[in-house]
Design a protein around this ligand. Structure first.
Ligand SMILES: *[C@@H]1O[C@H](CO)[C@@H](O)[C@H](O)[C@H]1NC(C)=O
Ligand SMILES: *[C@@H]1O[C@H](CO)[C@@H](O)[C@H](O)[C@H]1NC(C)=O
Length: 260
């Protein structure tokens, strides 16, 4: 219980720092030479297949030391006659550090072009830096369930490092715990190693299931999986959980300009 409370406090402190569920007007930068696939979240080349490759690096206040990994934003640019009114949805896969504070996001070229009206993508690319509006939206990985990738540096049976993939909904994973399916009350807490990667050196043996502490807005709640990893889990393999996060965390944003 104290662990949970601690996470709740953690959430409250980060909630006051940023309200990214509202619409902002900032600039996004397109850089074709910048491969986001190596990103800070640790998704590696897999990121190129997320969301049709509509991915982005975000400023630290959105990346939030890895908590922002996998968050989805609807983003549209504002140039009349070039940009569509709906824009595109991007997934955060990397951190973007911009000392001059001129851009909030660096988009993959595919995502950047995705904000253009049909046939105007080349024109938009030529603009390079575009004024954009964005808001947090639920992630919707069509047909994909929340999945666990066992990382290569895991050492069976006790050192388990996992990466969380295809995190649906609009919430933040604040904590991760693992238990043997045979001892379902014995939850072992995992630590965020970096980005979307969590680990423990006390992994139980047998078939494994997980529970994640997610924020619901003003509170924290558990999201449970059934068995995800077989007893002989293997590094480099992606295991689907057969469940998906659908929650949308309530936001503490003060009323903001509606997205028309
Ligand atoms: C950029 O923004 C951060 C956070 O708002 C601020 O602390 C910093 O001073 C800003 N830097 C510049 C160069 O404006
Ligand atoms: C996701 O989970 C649902 C519910 O268990 C299942 O019906 C579906 O086949 C799963 N989808 C994939 C892609 O694994």
């Amino acid at each position: 219980m104290s662990v949970l409370l601690c996470f709740i406090f953690l959430f409250f402190s980060s909630a006051s720092a940023a309200c990214n569920q509202c619409v902002f007007a900032k600039a996004a930068f397109f850089a074709s030479s910048k491969p986001l696939s190596g990103g800070a979240c640790g998704y590696g080349p897999l990121a190129l297949y997320f969301n049709g490759g509509h991915i982005a690096a975000a400023l630290p206040f959105i990346y939030k030391k890895g908590e922002g990994c996998g968050a989805c934003f609807q983003m549209r640019c504002k140039k009349v006659g070039v940009c569509s009114t709906t824009g595109t949805t991007i997934v955060v896969t990397d951190i973007h550090t911009d000392k001059s504070n001129t851009t909030d996001f660096v988009l993959s070229s595919r995502a950047f072009r995705g904000m253009a009206l049909p046939g105007k993508d080349t024109q938009l690319e030529q603009i390079g830096i575009a004024d954009v509006e964005y808001k947090r939206v639920p992630c919707n990985y069509k047909g994909q369930n929340l999945s666990i990738r066992v990382e290569e540096f895991s050492k069976p049976p006790n050192y388990l490092a996992i990466k969380i993939l295809y995190q649906g909904g609009q919430t933040t994973i604040l904590g991760a715990e693992v238990a043997s399916v045979d001892k379902p009350s014995n939850w072992i807490s995992m630590s965020r190693n970096y980005g979307a990667v969590w680990d423990t050196s006390k992994a139980p043996t047998g078939k494994l299931m997980f529970r994640f502490i997610t924020n619901s807005g003003f509170d924290a709640q558990y999201f449970y999986t059934n068995e995800v990893l077989p007893a002989n889990w293997k590094a480099g393999v992606i295991y689907s959980s057969k469940v998906q996060i659908k929650n949308i965390a309530l936001d503490g944003c003060t009323p903001c300009k509606p997205w028309k």
